[in-house]
Design a protein around this ligand. Structure first.
Ligand code: OGA
Ligand code: MN
Length: 301
C-alpha cells in the first residue's frame, strides 16, 4: 500500500486502526471557507469516504480534491454522493456521454457565457443549484483560475450602517442578462420563450445555510436585477456597491487548476467566477450540479 511516495505497511494501518487504506483527511486552507481533502481520493468513489466530503461541506463552502482524474461516469457518481444531479438544460454544451455533465468551454461555436461575472449557479430558478462539482479537463498554461468569494464572511463583516437595510431585503433574480449574453456569443437570436420558462424569481438577500442556518449574502452579478424590502422601506445600498464590497480581496480564494483537480462548492454561500484567460488558450472544465431547495431567510434574532 502506498501513500504518495511513502510506503505504508498493512501493519501500520492496523496499529493506527485504519481499514482499507488511508482515510481522507480534511485540511483547512481558509478558515471556515476552503478545505482540501487529502489522502486516497479513490476512497471517495468507493463510497467509503463520500460522507467525509459531504460533512466537510457543512464546515467549508469550497472543498478541493487534487489528482482525481475522474471519468465522466465517476464524476456523476461523486455528484450523487452530494445530492440528485441536475440535468443540463443547455443542450448545446452537454457532454456526449452524459446529459448530467455540462462542458464549460470558452471557445467553439457555443462557448459558455457569463462565467467571468461573480455569480451563484442558476439562481434565476425558484430552486437554485445547491452544489457544483467542477473538474479540470484541459488546463491552460496560464490564467483561467476560478475565484471564490465567501458570502458568510461578507455578511458577518457587514458594517452597522448596511445591516438594518440588508436584513429582511429581497432580490429579484432574472435570466435576462444570461439570455442576452448567450445570444450575442452564439450569434443566435434570443432563446424563444425564455421569459416564460425562467420568469423572474425573488430570493432573500440574506440566505440561511440550509443545514446550519448561518446567514450569508445571496448575490449574483448576472442575475440580480433589483433589491427591495417587503416592509416598503427603501434599500439604500445599490446592487453594484454590494457586489463590490462582497468580492473584495479579503473574501476571495483563487484556485489555480491542475489537471485532475475536482472542486466542489456550495452555491448557497459562495460566489464564483472564472479569472482572466489569455486569448487563444484552450480551457475545458466538466461541470455537474445538484438540485437545491428554495432559499429562505435566517430566523430573526
Ligand atoms: C461554472 C462556472 C467558473 C469557471 O461552471 O458554473 O462558473 O472558472 N465556472 O469556469
Ligand atoms: Mn458558475
Amino acid at each position: 500500500m502506498t501513500h504518495g511516495f511513502f510506503p505504508v505497511s498493512y501493519k501500520v494501518c492496523q496499529v493506527l486502526g485504519i481499514q482499507g487504506g488511508f482515510p481522507l483527511e480534511i485540511r483547512e486552507i481558509r478558515p471556515g471557507f476552503v478545505a482540501e481533502a487529502v489522502g486516497n481520493n479513490r476512497e471517495i468513489l468507493a463510497g467509503r469516504d463520500g460522507d467525509v466530503v459531504k460533512k466537510a461541506l457543512l464546515s467549508y463552502s469550497v472543498v478541493i480534491m487534487r489528482g482525481m482524474e475522474l471519468a465522466p461516469t465517476e464524476q456523476v457518481a461523486l455528484t450523487r454522493l452530494l445530492g440528485p444531479p441536475e440535468i443540463v438544460t443547455d443542450m448545446r454544451n452537454h457532454h456526449p456521454e452524459s446529459t448530467d455533465i455540462l462542458v464549460v468551454r470558452n471557445a467553439g461555436a457555443t462557448p459558455v457565457v457569463g462565467n467571468t461575472h461573480w455569480h451563484s449557479d442558476r439562481s434565476f430558478l425558484p430552486e437554485p443549484t445547491r452544489y457544483t462539482v467542477l473538474r479540470a479537463d484541459v488546463v491552460p498554461e496560464e490564467g483561467g483560475d476560478t475565484l471564490f468569494a465567501d458570502m458568510t464572511a461578507a455578511y458577518r463583516e457587514l458594517g452597522d450602517e448596511w445591516r438594518p437595510v440588508i436584513d429582511g431585503a429581497e432580490a429579484v433574480h432574472s435570466y435576462d442578462t444570461v439570455a442576452r449574453l448567450r445570444a450575442r456569443a452564439h450569434g443566435a437570436p434570443l432563446e424563444q420563450g425564455y421569459a416564460r420558462k425562467y420568469p423572474p424569481t425573488v430570493h432573500p438577500l440574506v440566505r440561511a445555510h440550509p443545514e446550519s442556518g448561518t446567514p450569508a449574502l445571496y448575490l449574483n452579478e448576472l442575475c440580480v436585477a433589483s433589491l427591495h424590502r417587503p416592509d416598503g422601506k427603501p434599500v439604500t445600498v445599490g446592487v453594484a456597491e454590494l457586489h463590490e464590497y462582497a468580492t473584495r480581496e479579503r473574501f476571495v480564494h483563487r484556485h489555480r487548476w491542475r489537471r485532475g483537480d475536482v472542486v466542489v462548492w456550495d452555491n448557497s454561500r459562495v460566489l464564483h467566477r472564472a479569472g482572466d484567460l489569455p486569448p487563444g488558450l484552450p480551457r475545458v472544465l466538466h461541470r455537474t450540479t445538484t438540485a437545491g431547495a428554495p432559499p429562505y431567510a435566517p430566523a430573526e434574532g
